[in-house]
Design a protein. Sequence first.
Length: 224
Amino acid sequence: MYRYEQTIPLKIPGYERLYEITNRLLNAQREGKSAAADILIVGAGGGQECVALGASYGERTFTGVDPSARMLEIAARRVEEAGMKQQVTLIQGSIESLPCGRLYDAATCMLVLHFIRGMPAKRNMLHLIAERLKPGAPLFLASINGEPGTPAFDLQMLAWLKHMRDNGVSPEETERYAASFGSAYDTIPAAQVLELLNEAGFEQATSFFGSYLIDAWVATRRKE
C-alpha cells in the first residue's frame, strides 16, 4: 500500500463510493452494447480509475495520461498488482500527447479540473477531451468547486478539514491542503463548470456525487 492510496480516502469522504458509482453508471451506459470499451483516463496518476473500472472487466482497455511521472509509477504498480497490465497504456504528458484520430467510448477526468489554472485552459482541456470521444460517449467529471473567501466556501472547508483531522490526517498536512487553494488549486463555482462542459461540446450533464466541496457529473459528447 502506497502513502497516496492510504491518505486520499481519509481526506475525501466517500472516495471509494465515487468510483463505485462511476463504474455503475458506465455499466448502465454500456448496457446492450459490446462488452469491449476503450476508455480515456485524464489524470491517471494513482491508477484508481483503471482498477475501479476495469478490474472485473477484461474486455475494457484504458489509455491513461498524466503529467506526473511519480503518480504514473504508482498507477503502473497498482495496475500490475490488479493483473491489468495488458489492458492499460500509461502516457506521461497532457491530452495533446495522445495519438490523433483515436476516439474513445468513454472518458474520466476525476479530481483534475481544479488543478488547471484559468477558464480558457479549463475550457480547452474539456474541449480536447470531447474531440477524443465518440459522439454520445460519456465523460465522468469530478472536481473541487466553489469560490474561496465566500462564507459558503469557508464553511464547507472548515468542516472538511475537521473531517480530515478526525480521520487521522495530521494538522500539518491539513494546513498544507488548505493553503493549496489559491496556489495549487484554481476552483470555480459548480455552475461555471457546467457552462464549460456545454461550451466544450457536452450535453445532458447530471450530478451523481457530492462531498463537501467536491461535485461529480456525467455528461455526454454532443452528437453532431
